[in-house]
Design a protein around this ligand. Structure first.
Ligand SMILES: Nc1nc2c(ncn2[C@@H]2O[C@H](COP(=O)(O)OP(=O)(O)OP(=O)(O)O)[C@@H](O)[C@H]2O)c(=O)[nH]1
Ligand SMILES: [Mg+2]
Length: 334
């Protein structure tokens, strides 16, 4: 089980631009004085936390970051342009350490914080600056100060964005394993899952998100039945819930019975949890005779969309993921 997302990256600030050696050359002005401009400053590397990022996944592909160099100074006292700062976006919750010393450089607890980790090199002074009464034609200028390089260790305690709830045996772990690389235990009996598992869902076209699979809830969970409700605290901080049901076990006479039982347990545990956005999903639609029960369920739950899937056959998964992304985006903007 991987609760910690880690990445090591190398950041390098921009080199300062070289100062310029130049002399004024104008018609009718013999021996014009020095006019070499200073070099520009190299760009800094700045880390910034943003709610647009949720994992350190992008750093698996890109590990080297370099800010722009300052431009060299030019004649006519033209100062070189400063190099652009490089901003690296991190998910809130990221702890940044110096990889060599293990010193904590910054703990990004919320979105919108920023921290400069390496300063760009200063630009060198142009020869204009070295003109004195005894040396009116200095033929030297300073080189730019080189940028600095640093190895950073990023650590993120993964917090689930999405929690999967439902009765035991409805396929919560199967769903997690079919959408992420997590490998929770799956079994055809209740309470296969004894501890929560997290998985990162990488769609390839949107920011990855984290899903938590928790042990099944049953009626009376708030009084300790089954594994009880203590695992619900793992999903208290998720932004949305997938309420998963086994289509085969829906009673067409009372299609919403199970759904309401689970919601009641949520409410007993924490009314705020019951207020979270839920995506209602019927699983095991590959099994025979699930259509009628599903239709009765969809009918009864007329105020909410229902997504029909088969976690095993991976049908309906794209639709589910799109819906998750839509709700996550909505909660980002809140
Ligand atoms: N036919 C079919 N079977 C499924 C599907 N999804 C899960 N199952 C089966 O349902 C059983 C329970 O699956 P799990 O993923 O362990 O269910 P769970 O909800 O995590 O169960 P607990 O951890 O005990 O709460 C397993 O035998 C799965 O193979 C599906 O889409 N179709
Ligand atoms: Mg399970």
């Amino acid at each position: 089980m991987k609760f910690l997302d880690e990445a090591i990256i190398t950041v390098q600030s921009g080199n300062g631009g070289r100062g310029c050696v130049s002399f004024r050359r104008e018609k009718y002005v013999p021996r014009g004085g020095p006019d070499g401009g200073d070099g520009g400053k190299g760009g800094d590397v700045i880390l910034k936390s943003t709610s647009r990022r949720r994992t350190l996944y992008p750093f698996q592909f890109k590990r080297q970051f370099k800010a722009q160099d300052g431009a060299h100074g030019q004649g006519r006292q033209k100062t070189g342009k400063n190099g652009r700062d490089l901003i690296i976006e991190l998910p809130p919750g990221t702890l940044v350490k110096d990889a060599d010393t293990n010193e904590i450089l910054k703990d990004f607890t919320a979105a919108g914080e920023s921290h400069s980790v390496v300063k760009g090199g200063r630009g060198g002074l142009g020869n204009t600056r070295f003109k004195t009464s005894t040396n009116r034609t200095p033929r030297y200028a300073q080189p730019g100060e080189p940028g600095h390089s640093r190895e950073l260790k990023l650590e993120l305690k993964l917090l689930a964005d999405v929690g999967i709830i439902g009765l035991p045996n409805v396929g919560k772990s199967t769903l997690l394993s079919s959408i992420s690389s997590a490998t929770p235990k799956i079994g055809n009996y209740p309470f296969t899952t004894l501890t929560p598992t997290l998985g990162v869902v990488e769609t390839g076209w949107a920011e990855p998100f984290v899903v938590a699979d928790i042990p099944g809830l049953i009626e009376g969970a708030h009084q300790g039945a089954g594994l009880g409700i203590r695992f619900l605290r793992h999903i208290e901080r998720t932004r949305i819930l997938i309420h998963l049901l086994d289509a085969q076990t829906i009673d067409p006479e009372h299609p919403l019975a199970v759904y309401e039982t689970v919601n009641r347990e949520l409410e007993f545990f924490n009314p705020q949890l019951a207020q979270k956005s839920q995506i209602v999903v019927l699983n095991k639609m590959d099994l025979p005779e699930t259509e009628t029960a599903a239709a009765a369920f969809v009918d009864a739950l007329d105020d909410q969309p229902v997504i029909l899937i088969s976690a095993i056959k991976k049908t309906g998964i794209d639709k589910l993921i799109s819906r998750i992304l839509e709700l996550l985006e909505r909660s980002d903007n809140e």
